[in-house]
Design a protein around this ligand. Structure first.
Ligand SMILES: CC(C)(COP(=O)(O)OP(=O)(O)OC[C@H]1O[C@@H](n2cnc3c(N)ncnc32)[C@H](O)[C@@H]1OP(=O)(O)O)[C@@H](O)C(=O)NCCC(=O)NCCS
Length: 131
């Protein structure tokens, strides 16, 4: 099994959004310890703001859940940043329950090639996947 499945939502030949399923779980060890064997939906994005709110994100999430169920996983999770209450509301509406809090640490390089480390406080939400 690969580490990740990359999902793309298409309208004909036009990609509208994407997300990935990390089969080994969240990159935070704290989260993996709390939810063993729980893959994570990561990096959900609908590219154009005008296309948001039309069900594309929900379709990506449902597809991720189906793939996880097909592989025999009993649950799946997703992280939501404290600064993203709308995403959190969507996940809860789709049946996810707020679990542990953690800090997502990631980094990027600016135009001058200087690396910046970002720490985002998050909540990990989990959904059971009955067979
Ligand atoms: C979050 C996101 C992937 C959801 O996809 P979507 O196609 O817009 O979602 P759906 O149409 O299936 O569901 C609509 C719900 O998504 C959430 N949502 C809508 N626009 C959003 C936005 N700009 N940012 C965050 N959440 C949003 C809301 O809960 C919305 O419900 P509401 O209209 O009743 O408020 C998409 O809005 C997006 O790309 N947002 C910006 C990036 C982001 O926040 N990614 C999530 C990281 S955890």
């Amino acid at each position: 099994m690969g580490e990740c499945t990359y999902l793309v939502a298409w309208d004909g030949g036009v990609p509208l959004g994407h997300g990935e399923v990390l089969w080994q779980g969240c990159k935070s060890a704290e989260v993996r310890d709390a939810y063993p064997g729980c893959p994570e939906i990561n990096g959900l994005l609908v590219y154009c703001a005008e296309m948001r709110g039309r069900g594309i994100g929900s379709a990506l999430i449902r597809t991720a859940e189906d793939r996880a169920r097909d592989r025999g996983f009993k649950w799946i999770g997703v992280g939501a940043g404290d600064d993203n209450p709308r995403a959190m509301a969507l996940y809860e509406r789709l049946g996810y329950s707020a679990g542990i809090r953690y800090v997502d640490v990631w980094s990027y390089k600016d135009d001058a090639e200087v690396r910046h480390v970002v720490e985002d406080p998050c909540t990990f939400l989990v959904k059971d996947l009955p067979g």
